[in-house]
Design a protein around this ligand. Structure first.
Ligand SMILES: Cc1cc2nc3c(=O)[nH]c(=O)nc-3n(C[C@H](O)[C@H](O)[C@H](O)COP(=O)(O)OP(=O)(O)OC[C@H]3O[C@@H](n4cnc5c(N)ncnc54)[C@H](O)[C@@H]3O)c2cc1C
Length: 445
């Protein structure tokens, strides 16, 4: 009978981080991953002849735990990202993008130019309204973050007299660009909370594009280190439910029916996957009531290859008031094997979940045209990557439903970006949750 100290379900950053921490401390660990490829939402794979990824990602300069985990496995973050000091916003009807600096230390002039310039888009009155809005949001977050969760970001902006113009060209690009949600669906707590850690670490602020697929750059080095420390990783192995006996979780039941046992189980699955696994035994468990109430949210991206680059730089770009929430040329950074490569995250994601691929393509090409982009002439191929329940919903009044890593069920620990940690649904959040889960187990044994 197979027996481990800890079984971790899910090989995303949360599961891999937990495995690294546990194997470092001598635990016998098994990771079970339902997909053929490791990495979860930070993965890349070949989809019928085209290399795709779970969605284009940016490494934020203030992240601390993720670079530390990578360092531990011999990866220097500066060697695997191409840093960007600017972001672009493309506006309907305007030929050129407007550029904003995001890095006070690495690109101070661009930052100043972005704030003082762009006056044809944002007047001084608009800019002052934004200053009031951000100052008040950050102060409120510092004082009482939970109070912010009752507002959506549009209402919070209205409350602080943010002009329509500033809403369209600054707040909407950020809310749709960062979490694919229109401002009326985006919690003000999550919005300000995501920027908040950048304040004390402002000197590290910039965004990094990965110089390759995320499985290769992030997941695999951690997985290899886990294996080096005698951890076992099985891909293509779906967990159906848990073995629950004498009021304790003591193992997992695989799709093909067999059981594997362990002293502890960490569910490091995305929220939808966690609910699936837990529902058989725990749907009515009072301590998991909130988890089952927390809604999920989809993510949909279109990834396209061209005979030449579509954009002059590989830079994060927002397309406010269109479905193109955020996008980037990637042929000079992540996917250098092709001449032109664009990845676009779509908003609102639900609108595209059940749409045919060819209709999504047509819709995106039409809206891109309004942003001054031709996504037709040099197109070679495209893929839609769509996941229905990966994210927990970032809408108002839900944050209190996020569970702790520690559960009241003996033998069961949770990890994943939806569990309670201060970085919300990000790679950094996933890593922090994995560390917390591993430490809970290490402390008790
Ligand atoms: C399009 C997109 C863009 C993003 N952009 C950014 C960004 O720019 N910056 C940033 O920091 N974050 C970004 N994120 C968020 C980031 O990817 C996630 O927060 C993070 O990767 C979550 O990691 P996780 O380990 O919690 O979950 P996941 O990575 O979802 O891992 C869960 C794993 O569990 C596996 N699993 C589920 N059910 C089972 C089962 N029954 N049996 C076995 N295995 C199972 C899944 O296959 C998966 O591998 C983005 C996400 C998406 C989708």
């Amino acid at each position: 009978m197979e027996h481990y100290d800890v079984i971790i379900v899910g090989s995303g950053l949360a599961g891999l981080t937990a495995a690294l921490e546990l194997t470092t401390n001598g635990k016998k660990v098994l990771i079970l991953e339902k997909e053929k490829v490791i990495g979860g939402r930070t993965s890349s794979w070949d989809e019928d002849g085209m290399v795709v990824e779970s969605g284009f990602h940016r490494h934020i300069g203030y992240y601390k735990a993720l670079p530390q985990v990578l360092k531990k496995v011999g990866v220097n973050i500066d060697a695997i990202v191409q840093w960007e000091e600017n972001i672009d916003v493309r506006i309907k009807g305007k030929k050129d993008a407007i550029t904003f600096g995001v890095s006070p230390i690495f690109g101070p002039l661009d930052m100043i130019k972005g704030i003082l310039g762009n006056n044809d888009i944002l007047s001084w009155k608009d800019k002052l309204s934004l200053l009031r809005f951000f100052t008040s949001g950050f102060l409120q977050y510092l004082k009482n973050p939970d109070a912010l969760d009752q507002f959506n970001i549009r209402d919070y902006a209205t409350k602080h007299n943010v002009s329509e113009n500033a809403l369209h060209y600054a707040v909407i690009p950020l809310s749709a660009g960062i979490f694919f949600l229109p401002p009326e669906r985006y919690s003000a707590k999550v919005f300000f909370g995501l920027f908040f850690p950048a304040i004390p670490r402002f000197y590290r602020m910039r965004v990094g594009a990965y110089l390759g697929g995320m499985t290769e750059l992030l997941a695999r080095p951690i997985a290899q280190f886990v294996e080096f420390q005698n951890g076992v990783i099985k891909t293509g192995t779906k967990v159906l439910s848990l073995v629950f006996e004498n009021e304790a979780v003591i193992g997992v039941i695989l799709e093909e029916g067999s059981k594997i046992y362990a002293k502890d189980i960490i569910l490091a699955t995305h929220l939808g996957g966690t609910k699936e696994i837990l529902k058989k035994h725990f749907i009515d468990h009072p301590s998991l009531e909130n988890l089952f109430k927390l809604p999920t949210m989809p993510a949909v991206t279109i990834q396209m290859e061209f005979t030449k680059p579509v954009l002059p730089y590989d830079r994060t770009t927002f397309g406010p008031l269109t479905s193109l929430a955020s996008f980037a040329e990637q042929s000079r950074s992540t996917f250098t094997h092709v001449q032109g490569r664009l990845s676009i995250i779509l908003t609102p994601p639900e609108a595209f979940l059940n749409m045919e691929s060819k209709d999504i393509l047509k819709h995106v090409q039409k809206e891109a045209r309004e942003l001054g982009l031709d996504l037709e002439t040099n197109l070679i191929d495209y893929r839609i990557v769509s996941r229905s329940d990966d994210f927990y919903s970032l809408e108002p009044n839900l944050d209190h439903l996020r569970p702790n890593q520690k559960t009241e069920i003996k033998g069961l620990t949770l990890a994943g970006d939806y569990t309670r940690q201060p970085y919300y649904a990000t790679m950094e959040g996933a890593v922090v949750s994995g560390l917390k889960a591993a430490n809970l187990i290490l402390k008790k044994n």
